[in-house]
Write a protein that binds this ligand. Structure first.
Ligand SMILES: [Zn+2]
Length: 753
């Protein structure tokens, strides 16, 4: 059966067709080609011709021209559109024609993401036979190779963490790089949002001061998947004006994209057929017909379960189970390379993977991509979908929804998904906590001048504060680093709070299995909590609060734990407020939280199977919050009893927390929400949606600006949720919001606009 027949069969199959919510077809596009630019070195042209490339895509030529003109820019194009040429061509051209001693720094968010691009670069450089030294510099680089890289590497490929802790503090060993730096390439820009992006912006500020010191002024080339604000994000991260290239010239085949919602099996609880089983059925259907299929699952455990289901079905169909392979982090490199080869040459028909195969690794184009659950962001969904499709051939992508609110929201609002992506990458490089951390690092690297510019930082004020802590010493107008400690190692780019708790496995000589920031620790690693790490479950035996350690033992239980906290919020400073009917505002807040107890919740059914108390100290965090409050008059007009009001507010807070991440492109754990029947600050019923990072990274302002749109979507979503009186997919289970919880939440939502 060929793919077109298989697609027809799927469309009309009574097993599946009733669950198809939306079938969107994107027509093939012939692509837009341009001749090689005249200033492109003839040696490079020869290499391209050897690879059977006779012309370039329009966005590749535009990139080349912008690079030549000295502009900073960001290229936004889909998967498999040849974006690495957008930076490789100008960089190599400069090395061949202008300055054989020039340097380029390539940044990828993780090592895995750089693999494919770097291989291509190595290949081109080797074919050229020119003296261009390209090196990867990361945690795995052997010590004896490092000095050669520092001195001779023309193109250094690394990640932000390594730049921050392994390159900048040792700049005296990297003089050549800083003196001759011409290009900074930032690929996968959309990964740099929230805390990570805010950190990177500060790392780049430090990089700029070193470049200035050594006399170079590098130019930026950034690449990103489709997001709502590529130019703005690139500008905030790099601190430079950015030009945007967002029209891809790459040809595409006809693409079918299907939203698939498993049927409801329990209306009362709003439970749908399992996303895993449904995805397995779909995948088997294609694979047994000889169609090469990739299935994405959200966790490693799910990858294993899906692989087993599909292999079992293959065996029953008397087909070789070896046609199916799982793929995820934790497999040995040889094993992974073998699977990648099998996919390229077609000996493997089906692969089940975590987002490890989302991009960066060359597996060729497959026929069908199935996503078991929404990958968490529109940009990732397009990247996973993009794994299906060979150059100009037809392809099919199926997004299978889970019961999670975000998944169900998308099933209800296909127009959101297929319309222009409204997700924006948000960063706040001027978060005070991050500024302090990075100014410490900056002072270690070079003395900081009192009138120096470092973003919007009040430099002198921060440095005076560091002087009182005896970390720096002021002499004339310069602050010199005097402490013995080495600041970069204490600052992790992946979190905002410097002091993390570690989780240790007692059955394995105290091996560290994870880290958690101090504010989250009471929630996730209180004594008796079940801590999930990859496939394994651990129970926390003891939490040593002062020593910042949790001792855990592996267990196998049928439940997970969910903690309940008491939260109080005090508004410290209002940045904006707007009184329509309900009061909306955002600003600085102090959040005080104490975890009081925890529930044991059974997997799958989500039944409550027990509980316990937690005794841990109260936590206070300063961050930013959005809020919406309801004045007395408005509350009266709602006609709700006090219980209904409480349940409805809790329901709204639950629902909003679930769907807001879609607008602000954050991870669900980046924000939290809490409702109060009478907030001590506003003295009225209030819902707060606050940033989980100390200091905040800009989410609350964005929520404030987009709130009308968010409420509109939330109301229509709630009206469409098939449950009777609340479920985990909308306002939360009925037990938590009361019998009228769903209705009351709808009334309150309506009152917000
Ligand atoms: Zn519901």
């Amino acid at each position: 059966m060929n793919l077109i027949q298989a697609i027809e069969k799927f469309k009309n199959d009574p097993k599946f067709k009733h669950n198809i919510i939306k079938w969107q077809t994107f027509p093939a596009s012939p692509g837009e080609y341009r001749e090689f630019p005249e200033s492109l070195d003839s040696r490079l042209v020869d290499i391209l011709k050897q690879k059977a490339i006779r012309k370039l895509y329009s966005h590749q030529v535009e990139s080349f021209e912008l690079a030549q003109s000295g502009s900073d820019f960001v290229v936004v194009t889909p998967t498999a559109s040849g974006k690495s040429m957008c930076y490789n061509l100008p960089v190599i051209n400069t090395l061949l024609q202008d300055d054989p001693e020039a340097r380029a720094l390539y940044l990828f968010p993780t090592k895995a993401l750089s693999a494919d691009q770097v291989d291509e670069l190595y290949g081109d450089v080797e074919a050229l036979g020119a003296d261009i030294k390209t090196y990867t510099f990361d945690g795995d680089t052997p010590a004896n190779a490092r000095s050669a890289i520092r001195k001779a590497g023309h193109i250094v490929v690394t990640n932000p963490d390594m730049l921050h802790a392994g390159v900048l503090p040792h700049h005296t060993l990297w003089i050549k790089l800083f003196e001759k730096l011409r290009y900074i390439v930032i690929d996968e820009l959309h990964h740099y949002r929230g805390v990570f992006g805010s950190h990177l912006a500060n790392v780049l500020r430090r990089l700029h001061r070193l470049c200035e010191f050594y006399g170079s002024d590098p130019q930026y080339i950034c690449c990103s998947a489709t997001i709502g604000n590529p130019g703005e994000l690139a500008q905030k991260v790099t601190g430079r004006e950015m030009k945007v290239i967002d029209k891809s010239g790459a040809p595409t085949g006809e693409k079918h994209f299907v939203l698939y919602n498993p049927p409801v099996v329990n209306t009362q609880l709003g439970i749908r057929a399992s996303v895993i089983k449904e995805a397995a059925k779909l995948a088997t259907q294609f694979v047994t017909n000889g169609i090469q299929t990739i299935t994405f699952a959200r966790s490693r455990v799910r990858v294993e379960v899906l692989t087993r289901y599909i292999k079992d079905t293959m065996k029953r169909a008397k087909m070789s189970a070896n046609l199916i392979r799982g793929y995820r982090g934790g497999y040995l490199p040889n094993e992974r390379r073998a699977i990648e080869r099998g996919l390229r040459n077609g000996t493997i028909k089906g692969v089940i993977s975590t987002n490890a195969l989302e991009l960066g690794i060359d597996i060729g184009g497959l026929d069908v991509s199935i996503m078991a659950g929404y990958p968490g962001a529109v940009a990732s969904t397009w990247q996973q979908a993009g794994r299906a499709g060979r150059q100009n051939d037809v392809s099919l992508a199926i997004l299978v929804a889970s019961s999670a609110p975000l998944d169900q929201f998308l099933m209800n609002h296909p127009e959101y998904f297929f319309g222009k992506s409204p997700e924006s990458g948000i960063v706040d490089p001027d978060n005070l906590i991050l500024l302090v951390s990075h100014l410490k690092c900056a002072a270690f690297e070079l003395p900081v001048k009192a009138d120096e510019k470092f973003g919007a930082a009040p430099v002198a004020q921060i440095m005076d504060h560091l002087a009182t802590e005896r970390l720096v010493h002021r002499s004339d107008d310069n602050y010199h680093y005097t402490s013995e400690t080495y600041p970069a190692t204490d600052v992790s780019l992946r979190s905002a709070a410097p002091e993390n708790f570690v989780i240790m496995d007692e059955s394995d000589n105290g091996r560290i299995i994870g880290e958690i920031d101090q504010f989250t620790a009471p929630e996730l690693i209180h004594p008796e909590a079940i801590y999930l790490h990859q496939t394994a479950q651990y129970q926390i035996r003891e939490l040593d609060w002062d020593g910042k350690r949790a001792y855990a033992l592996p267990v196998e239980v049928e439940y997970f734990t969910d903690s309940e906290s008491k939260v109080s919020i005090k508004v410290l400073h209002k940045d904006g407020e707007d009184e329509k009917l309900a009061t909306r505002g955002f600003g600085d807040v102090s959040v005080t939280r104490v975890v009081v107890n925890y529930k044991k919740i059974r997997f799958n059914t989500h039944e409550n199977v027990g509980w316990g108390r937690v005794n841990l100290p109260e936590q206070t965090m300063h961050t930013t919050s959005f809020w919406v409050g309801f004045p007395d008059k408005l509350v009266e007009s709602l006609n709700l009893t006090k219980d209904q009001l409480g349940g409805g507010l809790r329901g709204c807070a639950h629902l909003l927390r679930q769907i807001v991440p879609l607008w602000i492109m954050s991870d669900p754990s980046d924000i939290r929400s809490v409702s109060m029947v009478k907030s001590p600050y506003q003295e009225q019923p209030t819902i707060y949606i606050y940033d989980s990072y100390p200091g905040g990274v800009g989410f609350s302002r964005k929520i404030y600006l987009m709130f009308d749109e968010i409420i509109k979507a939330a109301s229509s979503y709630l009206a469409n949720c098939p449950c009777k009186s609340g479920c985990p997919s909308c306002v939360g289970p009925m037990l938590e919001v009361g019998e009228k919880g769903k209705e009351s939440a709808a009334v309150i939502l309506k009152a917000m606009v």
